[in-house]
Ligand binder design. Structure first.
Ligand SMILES: [Zn+2]
Length: 183
């Protein structure tokens, strides 16, 4: 789920607390934003396709990381960690379930769209479905460094993500019925 992707992104900002501590909070916040960003295609477009690029995000992320290494600044670091996190999010959606409304039923073979090959990648189910208890465990464990390592702004965002992820996990299996009633 989005909070887990944000948490994974935050982990990638952790090395900066050692090598460039003044840039670590901006990297963490950009990585959290980049970890959530692809899932905005839930609202508009085709989910796991319109804003998910398991391949093409890297074409931006790799040069952006190089630029941040050569000329470290809040701007270069923010762009690099945003793109890195969006790239990792898009790839790691393949480790979960498919795009169906009830992913625990495993009826969809479409985990995330690979634009360069014009085809869907099949789900691996390492995490059974978004909002599964193990998904929330990942959110909490991976966000833990965000509570202590980056200062107050990142801590506040990490707490919000832990709360939101917990609430989503609690109601996840009831969401499809609610959605059907609303639509
Ligand atoms: Zn996604």
């Amino acid at each position: 789920m989005a909070t887990t992707h944000a948490a994974v992104g935050l982990l990638f900002a952790l090395p900066l607390t050692v090598v460039a501590p003044e840039l670590a909070p901006i990297a963490a916040l950009a990585a959290i934003a980049g970890g959530i960003f692809p899932d905005l295609d839930l609202v508009a477009g085709v989910h796991r396709r319109s804003l998910h690029f398991p391949d093409y995000y890297w074409l931006g992320a790799v040069p952006a990381l190089a630029a941040a290494a050569i000329a470290p600044s809040p701007e270069t670091v923010a762009v690099a960690w945003f793109l890195l996190s969006a790239a990792v999010h898009s790839v790691s959606d393949a480790f979960g379930a498919g795009t169906e409304a009830r992913p625990w039923e495993r009826t969809s073979a479409e985990a995330v769209y690979l634009h360069s090959r014009s085809r869907w990648i099949a789900p691996r189910y390492w995490v059974r479905y978004d909002g599964a208890p193990e998904d929330y465990l990942l959110t909490v464990c991976l966000l833990a460094p965000g509570l202590v390592a980056f200062g107050p702004a990142v801590r506040r965002v990490a707490i919000v993500l832990i709360v939101v992820g917990g609430a989503y996990t609690l109601v996840r299996k009831r969401l499809p019925a609610v959605e059907e009633r609303l639509l």
